[in-house]
Write a protein that binds this ligand. Structure first.
Ligand code: ADP
Ligand code: ZN
Length: 528
């Protein structure tokens, strides 16, 4: 416990200034901290970079006893603890990376009352010895970081988190604060239920990140598009490029290096030392680009990341929001750029079809993907759509691609009918399975070898779609997928009809589509 200096400031403000060296609280930090200092439970939803850590660190310093922080980010515990120690805070951690002696030291410090904060991996609490240890000391609070990991509906479920519901039974008088940066209303409620936080006060910060400019573009030649973005708008800037696979991480990093952009790869297939080195360089040096799988970034706190680029479609809006949220923590204008194409949809559907877990799990993954597609294909403001997804409202922002150059929409009913009836003929009349490429060749009346082989030139729909280009037809397919009017399945991305397709084919439903932009919208005016 740290004594306070004067009676003009609250103990919490005193700690903020003296220990952390900041002048004032941000947003709801003060209200949250006062609530927990007074012994209340709290559920905190704050976007990445919002300043969640202080919300439990300060109460832990103000209240008697040790603040126990449950976090799944084992790899970051050492860094977090080092950073706290550098500020004079007595911190330690217990996780599976330590040997017996190291653990013993921390346990002794805990029992002797020589710790302010103790970081624990969630699986530690399954070990009876840890629970016994905690019972022999004085605990000021429990902080449950990355609380969305308790949600089986979310994208980051950790079974060990379920055991955290027992904290309340064992320590009914110790306040608990659960924190997350990613939660829809549903996840939010689920956290409260599963962690037994029924009586907790909810603090929900706005999820808007006004300094991030959101842009989503059709993927043509992704590496070139990326290079163009980096050269024209982000020369010399630090940024993160996300790819889905390790192989594409490697290839993209090599490509950037070959084009004289300093880029480092990061994925779980690299040995731990290389990963640690690349991460450390990214954090310390200026203007480096990390090309990474989503293994990179959880808990990364680099304020001046100027862009986050996705070369593959994220699996969920939560993931997209969290990954893009690593840009612009310093509040300066930054870019979130995503290139996505039909192949992404095919690939992800395939991953869902072959994923482990039951049917309900697959349906959930599917819903996540659908929401992500809807964001990609929206004609509305991206920010408004994102905020709505998180149950918040907003006004068209003027700082996303759809606001900066509003996409035209057009009546795609006839195009959709042509496309869907081609799918119908193959699927139902010929009982054949084909992906978008062949369907589009048929619509365009292309005499390809595959068209000849399957005698698709004999179909009545052959050549009925020459009014659109191949790229435009791909856009139609993507948008029909996003609108649930078409579906894709199997290894080769077979297009199949959905129940809703019938409404279009039966002329009972109109289809509005967004026109493909001729060129990529750029920051027409400086971002806020
Ligand atoms: P989160 O965990 O929500 O992603 P952090 O707790 O890591 O965010 O905080 C993000 C950054 O903001 C950190 O560098 C932190 O030191 C800084 N920060 C937090 N609160 C304040 C404050 N009141 N004043 C100034 N900087 C702050
Ligand atoms: Zn907008």
């Amino acid at each position: 416990m740290i004594a306070t200096d004067s009676d003009t400031t609250t103990p919490a403000l005193g700690v903020l200034r003296r220990v952390f060296g900041y002048d004032s609280f941000r947003g709801e930090q003060e209200a949250i901290i006062e609530h927990v200092v007074a012994g209340g439970d709290a559920l905190v939803l704050m976007p990445t970079g919002g300043g969640k850590s202080l919300c439990y660190q300060i109460p832990a310093l103000v209240r008697d006893g040790v603040g126990v922080v449950v976090s799944p980010l084992i790899a970051l515990m050492q860094d977090q603890v080092d950073a706290l120690r550098a500020l004079g805070v007595r911190a330690g951690f217990l996780n599976s990376t330590q040997d017996y002696r190291q653990r013993r030291e921390v346990e002794e410090a805990f029992l002797a009352g020589e710790l302010d904060l103790l970081y624990l991996a969630p699986e530690r609490l399954r070990v009876e010895a840890t629970v016994n240890l905690l019972e022999r000391g004085t605990i000021s609070l429990f902080a449950i970081d990355e609380a969305h990991c308790v949600s089986q509906w979310g994208h980051d479920f950790r079974p060990d988190y379920l055991a955290l519901s027992q904290l309340h039974e064992r320590w009914p008088r110790v306040p608990r604060i659960a924190l997350t940066a990613t939660a829809t209303r549903a996840t939010h409620d689920e956290i409260a239920t599963r962690l037994n936080l029924g009586g907790a006060r909810h603090f929900v910060a706005s999820f808007d990140r006004p300094n991030i400019q959101y842009r989503i573009v059709p993927k043509n030649s992704p590496q070139k598009q990326l290079l163009d973005l980096l050269r024209t708008e982000h020369a010399g800037d630090a940024g993160i490029v996300y790819c889905l696979s390790r192989a594409s991480v490697e290839k993209t990093a090599e490509f950037l290096v070959a084009n004289r952009i300093e880029a480092l790869p990061y994925h779980a297939g690299l040995d731990a030392a290389t990963r640690a080195r690349n991460q450390a360089r990214f954090l310390r040096e200026d203007g480096l680009v990390v090309v990474a799988t989503i293994a990179f970034g959880m808990g990364i706190d680099k304020p001046d990341v100027r862009f986050v680029a996705h070369l593959d479609l994220p699996k969920s809006v939560e993931g997209y929001y969290q990954e893009t949220g690593r840009a612009g923590r310093d509040g300066l204008s930054s870019t979130a750029w995503l290139a996505y194409g039909l192949a992404d949809v095919v690939q992800q559907r395939k991953m869902i079809d072959t994923s482990e877990g039951d049917e309900a799990h697959r349906r959930r993954l599917s819903r996540h993907l659908d929401a992500m597609l809807a964001l990609c294909e929206t004609v509305e403001c991206r920010r408004v759509q994102l905020l709505n997804y998180f149950g918040q409202s907003g006004q068209p922002c003027g700082n996303c691609d759809t606001c900066l150059s509003p996409p035209e929409s057009w009546d795609g009913t006839i195009a959709a009918q042509k496309l869907l009836s081609t799918v119908y003929r193959l699927q139902h009349e010929r009982r054949q399975k084909f992906g978008a490429g062949q369907i589009i060749d048929i619509l365009l009346g292309k005499q390809s070898p595959k068209v000849a082989q399957f005698r698709h030139d004999e179909l009545t729909v052959f050549g009925i779609g020459t009014e659109l280009s191949e790229g435009e037809w791909r856009g139609v397919v993507r948008q029909l997928l996003a609108q649930g009017l078409l579906s894709v399945e199997g290894d080769y991305g077979t297009l199949v009809l959905t129940e809703a397709s019938g409404e279009v084919l039966g002329r009972r439903r109109e289809v509005r589509l967004r026109r493909e932009p001729k060129r990529e919208p750029r920051a027409a005016k400086p971002a806020k």
